[in-house]
Design a protein around this ligand. Structure first.
Ligand code: HEM
Length: 414
């Protein structure tokens, strides 16, 4: 059996040039519950689950694998938990009540209301980008698109969009010096330990949300901020200031980076697979299926974390109460026992039960229908155009083992 003890998934160098697919394959084959040490100043180490079915078991068992101790690698103390908890880090009845508050806005029927708006936005975005002939696909196409949709759902002006993008970049990119002035493990970040991502940008998002809440409280708006401030959770416990801050911030962050990177990765995969691009151009009716394959191949969220609440045995490993467990969605999406020829993009793959949004657990992505419609409409428009895009330089990836992100993607019209 090959030794996997040298593999450390805390080492960001592994992720510098995109996803370490071969490493994931090795772990799935030889070490399905793999231990990675962390720098003692950063964390106590973690178990990595890389097989599809194991990940599903973890996600579906919040009693044994809780989200309440937080869902990123960073270890937080009780004071930080109290200050920073959103619905993502809440389990049980309170989680259900908070989720219910928002879920009506994110059903497939609810998000279908945005179809006309999305078509217009996509057309304008692509017209502007393509007029430039040479451009960066991230900057011109994928970066602004999801946040513009969210801005519409929050009912905030277009002039605020760049601020929202900047804040999102800083928070999610808190391990990448190019994106964040305050890096997560820096001394400076200690000042921000009580806010999400230990990022000063989170305070700006809170202040921005407060101003929107002030304007909308007690009125009858239907935007997401109005829903948050004017509805009572079904458990009868009103939303605290902290609840509003952290859940508003979650909405700003969750839908922005993830959808952006899916669009960029999908374009890259299509360029690398011209037969698949040609098939979709010829048969656009396949695009809704293709979206599922785009999501599987992109896997923009590498992992989320859970924490064991009791000792539990998985394969040959005893996971101790309090241990961190990482569910590597990106690896589960390449599990060869689930997906035939998993490294191949096959836009007709069916079934395609990927775990890009999680799979079946209570925290399954709330925005999945919205992300799907955005990606579908983007590629329906892009692939209907009589153009060829070519790569015009190297792709730069985000230095992160949390988000599988593309920072730069230079392209030109062929
Ligand atoms: C391609 C785009 C997206 C991906 C890959 C993605 C991925 C995920 C994942 C993996 C989870 C956690 C699942 C789990 O732990 O079981 C999640 C949760 C969540 N996502 Fe998404 N997401 C995307 C887009 C969006 C959008 C557009 C929104 C809406 C603005 C959104 C809002 C949320 C929220 C609020 C949660 C927390 C749900 C809960 O804890 O109950 N996401 N997402």
């Amino acid at each position: 059996m090959a030794s996997t003890s040298d593999i450390n998934l805390a080492n960001l160098d592994l992720f510098e040039n995109g996803a370490p697919w071969a490493t994931f394959a090795e772990l799935r084959a030889n070490d399905p519950v793999h231990w990675s040490e962390e720098d003692p100043n950063e964390g106590s180490g973690f178990h990595s689950f890389t097989r599809y079915h194991d990940i599903v078991k973890v996600l579906r068992d919040p009693a044994t694998f809780t989200s309440e101790r937080f869902t990123n690698l960073e270890e937080v103390d009780a004071e930080q938990e109290e200050a920073r908890r959103s619905l993502l880090e809440t389990d049980g009845a309170r989680h259900r009540a908070l989720r219910r508050l928002l879920q009506g806005e994110f059903t497939p029927t609810a998000v279908a209301r945005y179809e006309t708006f999305l078509r217009g936005l996509t057309a304008t975005t692509l017209d502007t980008a393509l007029a430039k002939k040479e451009f960066d696909f991230v900057d011109e196409v994928s970066a602004d698109f999801p946040i513009r949709v969210l801005a519409r759902m929050l009912d905030v002006p277009d002039t605020d969009i760049h601020k929202l993008i900047q804040w999102g970049n800083e928070m999610v990119g808190n391990t990448d010096p190019e994106h964040a002035a305050v890096l997560i493990h820096s001394e400076e970040s200690e000042k921000y330990r009580l806010v999400p991502f230990r990022s000063p940008a989170a305070l700006e998002v809170f202040a921005y949300g407060d101003e929107l809440a002030r304007q909308r409280r007690g009125k009858n708006g239907t935007d997401l901020v109005s829903v948050l401030v004017n509805s009572e959770p079904s458990d009868g416990i009103p939303l605290s200031e902290r609840d509003f801050h952290t859940n508003f911030l979650l909405l700003v962050v969750a839908g922005n980076e993830t959808t952006r990177h899916t669009i960029s990765h999908s374009m890259n995969w299509l360029m690398n697979n011209p037969d698949q691009m040609a098939l979709l151009k010829e048969k656009p009716e396949l695009i809704p299926w293709a979206v599922e394959e785009f999501l599987r191949c992109a896997s923009p969220v590498y992992h989320f974390r859970r924490t064991a609440t009791q000792d539990v045995q998985f394969h040959d490993t005893t996971i101790k109460a309090g241990d961190k467990v990482l569910t590597w969605f990106a690896s589960g999406n390449r599990d060869e026992t689930i997906f035939e020829d998993p490294n191949r993009m096959d836009v007709t793959r069916n079934p395609n039960e990927h775990m890009t949004f999680g799979r079946g657990g209570p925290h399954m992505c709330l925005g999945n229908a919205l992300a799907r419609i955005e990606i579908r409409i983007m590629f329906e428009d892009l692939l209907s155009r009589d153009i060829t895009l070519e790569r015009n330089g190297d792709i730069d990836y985000l230095r992160s083992n949390f988000v599988h992100g593309i920072k730069r993607f230079p392209v030109k019209l062929g």
